[in-house]
Design a protein around this ligand. Structure first.
Ligand SMILES: CC(C)(COP(=O)(O)OP(=O)(O)OC[C@H]1O[C@@H](n2cnc3c(N)ncnc32)[C@H](O)[C@@H]1OP(=O)(O)O)[C@@H](O)C(=O)NCCC(=O)NCCS
Length: 359
């Protein structure tokens, strides 16, 4: 005898044929400007080398007592304001970050409480520099499926905390900031299909140097024996270096230069538009030379505004795309209602691209 289900095909669906859009964006840049000259007091480098190889002139660092949740709140408030909704109308929070200092709980529930959204679903996404585009994709699908009417997406990082000051390969690149977007329902599609993926075979090209489990073992040994901590197995000098990020810069650079333009092109194709239809190109701000290479490969017309915020923000990972979007709109560089191609890529390695209508 086979067991029969009681009820088939009768689960109610809250979704419909609705679509999604970005209704508002917001950004927060920490106050402290860190110059290349200051960075060169930590590493053997020069202002000229950093400008030529990365395009970075200055970056912003958060205060020691300023958390990712603090920065997220500062970006969320103007995003809600622009969207014309109040916190109690937010139906879910998706927070893209890799620099919240707690393994658990996530940062997003804390932000929900701060903002006064009520007990909405709130979770973090660990997709590094692709985190914001991952978040937009998730939020868009949530809205379209009817899981929430308004989803607050945050990209926020305090990477100054997870960068070893004396590491020549990362300390001039990584920085702090927060960007936010409100994704809401729309009568027509205003967020295109996301082209996204991962390449776990390149997992170690950008990674935390030593896992927390290993760090704990080292310190348990120190406490049990009174011996000095031994990090030699991991080729790091101390705990400050052990807990920070390392990057195989050249490998990541080549991967981004050759691998990401085709992903961006697929996002254009899936949205049913060409590069000529764009009002803005807003790639992740990893390196000015990567941006230039993508422009060339995409054959982007010269008059299309391109985000080049890296010069003044450094690489803020998940925050870089919403920060650039917010600035370009605020300064009138791109039109409200225009089409923007955004692409994020980074540690994982992971990537995501989509065409969105600017709010
Ligand atoms: C990090 C990055 C800017 C380095 O630039 P690069 O041109 O690849 O530099 P290389 O590592 O090949 O080093 C070139 C030379 O500069 C030197 N160098 C490396 N770092 C340096 C620094 N901070 N200052 C001065 N010189 C430096 C190297 O020692 C090397 O010298 P050599 O030619 O005498 O051996 C570049 O690789 C990059 O942007 N990578 C991708 C970063 C990125 O996108 N990360 C995040 C992804 S989200």
């Amino acid at each position: 005898m086979t067991v029969q289900p009681k009820n088939t095909g009768t689960i109610a669906s809250v979704g419909g044929d609705r679509h999604s859009r970005i209704l508002g964006v917001g950004g927060y840049r920490p106050e402290r400007v860190v110059t290349n000259e200051e960075v060169c007091t930590w590493i053997d480098s020069s202002d000229q080398w950093i400008r030529e190889r990365s395009g970075i002139e200055t970056r912003r660092f958060a205060r020691e007592d300023e958390s990712v949740v603090d920065m997220a709140e500062q970006a969320a408030v103007p995003a809600l304001e622009m969207a014309g909704i109040t916190a109690d109308q937010v139906g879910a929070i998706v927070m893209a970050t890799i620099s919240h200092p707690f393994q658990t709980p996530a940062a997003a529930p804390l932000l929900a409480t701060r903002l006064g959204t009520g007990n909405v679903p709130a979770f973090d996404v660990s997709a590094a520099c692709a985190g914001y585009c991952y978040g937009i994709s998730l939020a868009s699908d949530m809205v379209r499926a009817g899981s929430a009417d308004n989803v607050l997406v945050i990209g926020v990082e305090k990477l100054s905390q997870w960068t070893y000051r004396h590491d020549r390969g990362t300390s001039f690149i990584l920085a702090d900031g927060a960007g936010a977007a409100v994704v809401s329902a729309s009568d027509v599609p205003r967020i295109g299909p996301t082209v996204w993926g991962s390449e776990g075979d390149k997992w170690s090209t950008i990674q935390q140097r030593v896992g927390w489990d290993e760090i704990r073992r080292i310190w348990e040994h120190v406490e049990a024996t009174g011996e000095e901590p031994d990090y030699s197995k991991f080729e790091v000098a101390n705990i400050a270096e052990a807990s920070t990020m390392q990057m195989a810069g050249q490998s990541v650079f080549r991967w981004a230069v050759w691998g990401m333009a085709p992903i961006a092109q697929q996002a254009l194709d899936k949205a049913g538009i060409t590069a000529d239809d764009l009002d803005a190109f807003i790639p992740h701000q990893a390196n000015m030379r990567i941006i230039d290479a993508m422009i060339k490969q995409l054959k982007l017309p010269a008059d299309i505004p391109v985000a080049r915020d890296i010069a003044e923000t450094g690489n803020t990972s998940a925050a870089s795309i919403p920060l650039a979007t917010e600035r370009m709109l605020r300064q009138g560089e791109v039109p409200h209602g225009g089409l923007a191609l955004e692409i994020g890529f980074g540690a994982g390695l992971v990537y995501a691209a989509q065409v969105v209508e600017l709010p």
